[in-house]
Ligand binder design. Structure first.
Ligand SMILES: Nc1ncnc2c1ncn2[C@@H]1O[C@H](COP(=O)(O)OP(=O)(O)O)[C@@H](O)[C@H]1O
Ligand SMILES: [Mg+2]
Length: 263
């Protein structure tokens, strides 16, 4: 499955979800280098969270999208069971070039991934916080998209726009795109407001996009691990909520992969 983690708002947990879900999938498969993380954000947060440098002279996803490097040459192994198609700061420049290229720009990632698709059981794409060409490329390459959502006031803001964008992608570039679901991130069950926001979203979507059973708690280890350049599963913490978060990513991976098997 190719899964895009998308939402135009920044700071909602796209990168945290993409990295930790990909690692959870790899742990469940139990074999290294069968899951690929594709970093489509010029900020390169997924790249950093997997311990790689965004300034290195190694080719990155922008080189692949612009046809300067074959996909396989840009992919790196990580010590965490997942491979990485890294982003670098130059992706911001390449994004502008892609935006100006009206013919087929949306298909660049899809074509790039096609050349390595056989190697991987799953590809998880970390989208940038915008609905620009890099998100369009990601949704065009994906079978499914997943939306992280924080159960706060205004937490559901932007949901209409991402759903409308997915609908446009379905219409013009990827008729097979489907919603995987919404992941509730930074969950605190004692917070009454959170329950109201989740129920509000459930009602307004009317089953059109499911909400995963796995809610990811707010836990300091998820915020600290990227600074250490490791996914949460490889970060040492004795915090009880750390273990809870890891269990949630495991459950989320099973929900997504189980859903795929039922198709
Ligand atoms: N469940 C969580 N608990 C604690 N911190 C979190 C959680 N999810 C995300 N964060 C932190 O919040 C910030 C934004 O998350 P991030 O995944 O980078 O969002 P996005 O990719 O959507 O911009 C990061 O510093 C991240 O470490
Ligand atoms: Mg991010």
């Amino acid at each position: 499955m190719i899964l895009a983690v998308a939402m135009q708002k920044g700071g909602v947990g796209k990168t945290t979800t993409a990295v930790n879900l990909a690692v959870a999938m790899a742990l469940q498969i139990g074999e290294a280098s069968r899951v690929l993380v594709a970093d489509m954000d010029p900020q390169a947060h997924a790249t950093l969270a997997l311990g790689l440098d965004k300034r290195g002279d190694h080719p990155a996803v922008g080189d692949v999208l612009m046809g300067r490097t074959p996909t396989a040459e840009a992919i790196r192994e990580t010590p965490f069971g997942v491979d990485l198609l890294p982003a670098s700061l130059e992706l911001a420049v390449d994004e502008q070039k892609l935006s100006a290229d009206h013919l087929g720009a949306a298909f660049r990632l899809r074509e790039a991934l096609n050349t390595v698709r056989q190697r991987y059981a799953h590809v998880v794409i970390d989208c940038p916080p915008s609905l620009g060409i890099l998100t369009i490329c990601s949704l065009t390459a994906a079978d499914r998209y997943l939306i992280p959502l924080e159960p706060l006031v205004y937490g559901a803001d932007g949901l209409t726009e991402i759903l409308a964008t997915a609908e446009r992608v379905r219409r013009y570039t990827n008729p097979d795109l489907k919603a995987a679901g919404i992941v509730i991130n930074r969950w605190d069950r004692r917070n009454q407001l959170g329950h109201q926001v989740v129920e509000g979203v459930r009602t307004s979507l009317g089953g059109q996009v499911p909400i995963f059973h796995a809610y990811v708690v707010d836990t300091v280890s998820l915020a600290e691990a990227p600074g250490a350049g490791v996914p949460a599963a490889f970060y040492r913490s004795r915090n009880r909520s750390h273990r809870q978060a890891l269990e949630s990513y495991g459950l989320l991976a099973r929900e997504i992969l189980g859903e795929e098997m039922r198709q």
